[in-house]
Design a protein around this ligand. Structure first.
Ligand SMILES: *[C@@H]1O[C@H](CO)[C@@H](O)[C@H](O)[C@H]1NC(C)=O
Ligand SMILES: [Ca+2]
Length: 225
């Protein structure tokens, strides 16, 4: 028992190193139910609002998980997913809504932000500067339990239950999460790569993460040489 406690302390100690990933990307190089990155939030719920922003580069053929948060009660507690090319599906506590015809492009960097607030229940998606409708989805606190935040795979159980058919293949970068709704100017700043206030739940410039099973951390491939 004592050994186990020592081991857990050591393990937590070594995994708690935050890193500045500015200019870097996670490369998910294979169609497989294995590669994924576990992100450790700087702040626990419950949350009465949330925004997630990220950039993705993929050929986007079909089912793709972009951002998966599970809790012990809900596998799709806060999930951004693409069921088919051109459609974004947001899930909150296992309820879902589809947004159609937002302009994401294959083989290019796409900037995506998703907001939700309890007071109105409204949720909204932004893709490359275009906004979706605002629709009502849920109106209670969310993420009230322990969080498992994973990119690269879609969770069907807490921290697992991955399906190769729903994996992300490509590159993800600039992942941020806030416990508030970013206003539209700040979202546009994020989309145009201007400066913005980094996430207070997840911050790409100070990220605690663990990459697993073949995920690579690489420099973004810039056009300017
Ligand atoms: C990567 O670099 C390209 C070319 O400079 C740029 O357009 C793109 O926004 C960058 N992507 C990220 C995630 O930084
Ligand atoms: Ca799921």
């Amino acid at each position: 028992m004592k050994m186990l406690v020592v081991f857990l302390v050591l393990f937590r100690g070594s995994s708690a190193m935050a890193e500045d990933l500015f200019g870097k990307v996670f490369v998910f190089p294979s169609v497989s139910a294995l590669p994924h990155v576990v992100l450790t939030p700087d702040k626990e719920g419950p949350f009465s609002a949330a925004t997630v922003c990220l950039r993705s580069f993929t050929d986007n053929k079909g089912k793709t998980s972009l951002f998966s948060v599970a809790t012990p009660s809900y596998d799709n507690a806060f999930l951004l997913y693409q069921p088919v090319k051109g459609t974004f599906r947001v899930h909150i506590n296992n309820k879902a809504h589809d947004f159609f015809d937002l302009p994401d492009h294959p083989h290019e960097w796409n900037s995506i932000c998703w907001t939700w607030e309890k007071s109105s229940g409204l949720t909204q998606l932004w893709v490359n500067g275009k906004r979706s409708l605002r629709v009502k989805m849920f109106s209670d606190d969310i993420l009230a339990e322990k969080l498992s935040i994973i990119i690269g795979q879609e969770q069907d159980t807490f921290g697992g239950g991955f399906d190769e058919q729903q994996c992300f293949v490509g590159e993800l970068s600039d992942v941020h999460m806030w416990d508030l709704v970013l206003d539209s100017c700040e979202i546009q700043n994020y989309m145009k790569m201007f400066s913005f206030t980094p996430g207070n739940v997840l911050n790409w410039r100070e990220l605690t993460y663990k990459e697993n099973n073949g995920v690579l951390v690489k420099e973004n491939q810039s056009k300017d040489c």
